[in-house]
Design a protein around this ligand. Structure first.
Ligand code: SAM
Length: 271
């Protein structure tokens, strides 16, 4: 199947975000809505590109810190380089599980991302991230949850209306993860520009996007060690000098390592 050979349907989150973020896998309906939104609200393509760049930096950073397992929840359609490509370039044995509930994503994930390193492993779970137990059961086919995992929830929890419910879902994943695991998450920030864009996106047939404040994002990381405060993701470990802040906010945080001597001290510094 060619990248454009998709069934006609209304615009999807995965397709519009892929188009806005510089990917090439989307329907005509996705492209029309993405272009209309991008034209009227430049804040949105900036956020989509920043979200993908954040993914690359988080995967690179945590892989260099020794993480060899990734759980990418709400994967979206492929935008190169994908999670396994970044991670396996650093450690070829890395194992990656992608999860999405859009059947188009799974179809394309299988077709386009099946070329992992021969030593590593890439798996796909066709399921709803809100079904935490089922997702974890399926992820265990590939991941050893007794060892640290980087959990990515990038630009996906904002599809859940209630911010407290979204945070609780992230917390349930992190409770199941080993000490030393990381959580990276981001969503569209509740700014006047984003509010206008989200309304136009919904009016154009896109799925609802619920915007977040810093105070609504932070509880997802309760009990974890924040590598930096919640803020614009373009400012997190930037690779370019003087990056512009974007209206896509998030954080990276690590589950504390268990003290080995009965003290409350963490036995490794947070990087
Ligand atoms: C805006 S895209 C973000 C894609 C990618 N994570 C990124 O940052 O570029 C949101 C993705 O989350 C998926 N998604 C939304 N709600 C979901 C849920 N409850 N379970 C699984 N996937 C979900 C959508 O299908 C879509 O692919």
């Amino acid at each position: 199947m060619s990248e454009r050979d998709l069934q006609p349907k209304g615009p999807s989150s995965a397709g519009t975000w892929c188009c806005l973020g510089g990917g090439h896998v989307y329907t005509e309906a996705d492209r029309e809505l993405a272009e209309a939104i991008g034209h009227s609200f430049p804040v949105v393509p900036s956020a989509a590109r920043a979200s993908h760049a954040f993914l690359e930096r988080v995967v690179d950073h945590t892989a260099r810190a020794g993480i060899e397992q990734f759980l990418d929840l709400g994967t979206g359609l492929p935008v190169e380089p994908n999670t396994h490509e970044v991670a396996q370039a650093i450690e070829k044995n890395t194992r990656v599980v992608y999860v999405d509930n859009d059947p188009t994503v799974i179809e394309h994930a299988r077709a386009l991302m099946a070329i992992g390193s021969p030593e590593g492993a890439v798996d796909y779970v066709d399921g709803d991230v809100r079904d935490v137990q089922k997702t974890l059961d399926e992820a265990r086919r590939t991941l050893d949850l007794d060892r640290p995992v980087t959990v990515l929830m990038l630009s996906m929890l904002g599809h859940i209306e209630n911010p407290a419910e979204a945070s609780e879902i992230a917390q349930r994943y992190m409770r199941a993860m080993a000490p030393g695991s990381y959580l990276a998450t981001c969503d569209s920030y509740d700014s006047p520009d984003m509010r206008a864009a989200a309304a136009a996106y919904a009016a154009g047939g896109g799925p609802p996007i619920y915007l977040r404040t810093a105070a609504q994002l932070e509880p997802a990381g309760a009990g974890l060690e924040f590598l930096a405060p919640v803020g614009p993701i373009s400012l997190w470990h930037p690779t370019e000098p003087d990056p512009e802040p974007v209206d896509q906010w998030g954080f990276v945080a690590r589950k504390p390592l268990l003290p080995t001597d009965g003290s409350t001290e963490i036995d490794h510094p947070v990087i």
